[in-house]
Design a binder for this molecule. Structure first.
Ligand SMILES: Nc1ncnc2c1ncn2[C@@H]1O[C@H](COP(=O)(O)OP(=O)(O)OP(=O)(O)O)[C@@H](O)[C@H]1O
Length: 337
């Protein structure tokens, strides 16, 4: 388990001070996949580097399995760090070493018995699907393959926690997907807790259980991915979920829509999207719903459907129909044009 408690980090640059983290608290339970999303400069890298004390917090505590690692001596800290693997956007592989050596050299340095080194290298190269690449050099591999080597290298230390610092940011969408699948597999089959930072919403959507949104060194919103997706509260979260310009009715539509009625977004979670609610509305109430736009977000365990709908009708009937939808646990939000 990772627990960051009131962590602040200040950098002094010349006469200036930069507050990279301001009183950040966040817990990652054992076995979870938790992601931090934010724009550039939000403080994500500083935060993840505080987890293994690559960056020492100015104030606050970092607990790993209930031990405050900010108070440990060098030797004790080294031991805790062995439980924490890390992967990076730039892979950080040794260019002059083969795939196999990239995994075995750090194990030798850690003092892992010789007979175990080969076993572990074989095992984890097999898990990441690179058993046939032992003797290749990093520059003979694709970006995705390099990241797989980096993941195998991290796993070979048999960590409890894997930190991922923008691990898929340099990869194309298909390769990103395959690396995310691998991280899911590592979490599920090896029980490794994953804490990641990213600026890509898709990463959060596909593999995270919980997400924290960062802005200017602070966590502005945090929760289960499903809750954040279906009902984002903070402006920054809305920008990630709905895009910079928010939910908008396309101009040509806005001109043609009847002036009466309401434009609403309807959010459906999981199975509720299967019922023909708009047909029911038209049948049960004196309203005419028409779909302006829509889409489905596939999250790790569930899907969230969103529809932008114009409900035409007299105000009282429209309001009744909205109440009906809310009673069916559909989230209804009015869109102001
Ligand atoms: N070593 C450092 N010295 C001085 N300032 C730093 C240092 N590291 C980070 N900062 C500053 O702290 C703030 C947060 O940076 P950080 O790299 O953590 O953000 P980020 O969200 O990871 O951004 P990016 O995605 O661009 O890496 C920025 O203003 C940055 O300039």
């Amino acid at each position: 388990m990772i627990s960051l408690q009131h962590v602040s980090k200040t950098f002094n640059v010349g006469k200036k001070t930069v507050e990279a983290l301001k009183d950040v608290s966040l817990t990652v339970q054992k076995g979870e996949i938790v992601g931090v999303i934010g724009y550039s400069g939000a403080g994500k890298s500083t935060l993840i580097r505080c987890v293994n004390l690559l960056e020492k917090p100015t104030t606050g505590k970092v607990l790993i399995n209930d031990v405050d690692i900010t108070s440990l001596n060098k030797k004790e800290l080294q031991k805790v760090r062995q439980k924490i693997g890390m992967i990076f956007q730039g892979y950080n592989l040794l260019k002059t070493a083969t795939v196999y050596e990239n995994i075995t050299i750090p194990l030798k340095l850690e003092g892992v018995p010789k007979q175990d080194i080969k076993k572990r290298a074989d095992k984890y190269l097999n898990i990441v699907g690179l058993s046939d690449k032992h003797h290749m050099y990093p520059n003979q591999l694709s970006g995705g393959q390099k990241q797989r080597v980096a993941i195998a290298r991290a796993l070979a230390h048999e960590p409890e926690i894997l930190l991922s610092d923008e691990a898929t940011s340099a990869l194309d969408p298909n390769t990103t997907e395959s690396i995310l699948d691998l991280l899911l597999q590592v979490n599920k089959e090896l029980g490794i807790t994953i804490f990641l930072i990213t600026h890509e919403l898709d990463v959060i959507k596909r593999i995270c259980d919980r997400v924290a949104v960062m802005q200017n060194g602070e966590i502005v919103e945090e929760g289960k991915v499903l809750d954040i997706f279906s009902n984002p509260k903070h402006l920054r979260t809305k920008q990630f979920v709905h895009g910079e310009s928010g939910i908008k009715v396309p101009e040509h539509f806005a001109e043609e829509l009847p002036k009466r009625g309401k434009i609403v977004t309807l959010t459906f979670i999981g199975d509720s999207s299967k019922d023909p609610f708009l047909a029911i509305l038209a049948k049960e109430f004196d309203v005419l719903p028409s779909i302006i736009a829509g889409g489905i977000d596939q999250l790790k365990d569930q899907s969230v459907g969103k529809l932008l709908v114009h409900i035409d009708g007299e105000t009282a009937e429209v309001n009744k129909s909205i109440q009906f939808l809310e009673e069916k646990n559909i989230l209804v939000e009015e869109v102001n044009q």
